[in-house]
Write a protein that binds this ligand. Sequence first.
Ligand SMILES: Nc1ncnc2c1ncn2[C@@H]1O[C@H](COP(=O)(O)OP(=O)(O)O)[C@@H](O)[C@H]1O
Ligand SMILES: [Mg+2]
Length: 240
Amino acid sequence: MIDIRVEGIKKNLENKKIIVICGSKGGVGKSTLTFLLSLVFSRFVKVGVCDLDFTGSSLHIIFNSTSTFKEEDGIVLPEVLKNVFLLSVNFFSKDNPLALRGEEITDVFLELLTITNWKDINLLLFDTPPTLTDPILDIFRFLPKAEFWVVSSNSILSFHTTLKFVKLLKEMKKEIPILFVNRIFENDVKGMDVYEELAKNFEKVVFVPFIKDLESFYIDPYKLFDLEITLFNELQYLFT
Ligand SMILES: Nc1ncnc2c1ncn2[C@@H]1O[C@H](COP(=O)(O)OP(=O)(O)O)[C@@H](O)[C@H]1O
Ligand SMILES: [Mg+2]
């Protein structure tokens, strides 16, 4: 059976750059990187941030947003920071827990992307749940040109599972230009064989420092730019 939503999404998103922030584990910083990247990229373009972690959605919390959408030729996403527009299933589920499986996830994915008015948005960042689960498989199916930016913590466990995750993405012939190594532990990656093997798969590795009291910046994210860390410069150069 033909699903007319699929053609609509392909058409509406064909001229947008789509970056999928993904990783093989929970708690490694995927949602955090989505947030930090949107903060930096929104200096240049209008960024849509789309929370595909339907059962564990976090972006509405990170962006400290209680606002919801307006309706005008589809739903118009709330501007949660200057030039950053949020799409979250939480607009609809409110704070009720969601339990979804298989085709239901695909349905939510297609529905959210169909009803949104994407007109003004140039770049889309997809935050995803851990591992190669349904939303990522749906991106493979429906948005084949998306790039995958991979996030790992600096732990041996995370590097090992990320390596498997990356093998799969490469078998699927996906673009994986960037690895973020999020330094949430005090480990040093120097001399870690599994890190070296993983890093070989990427054009660029960006190290993300541990940011003390990160969650306190959700109220005023621009204050992050006052921190004396080179990260924001590095992230800026990822924008092309
Ligand atoms: N670089 C960092 N510095 C400090 N805290 C971090 C950093 N990266 C992530 N965190 C914290 O770790 C927790 C998990 O991060 P999150 O982005 O939700 O991971 P994921 O989306 O991969 O599950 C959050 O509480 C977040 O604030
Ligand atoms: Mg997350």
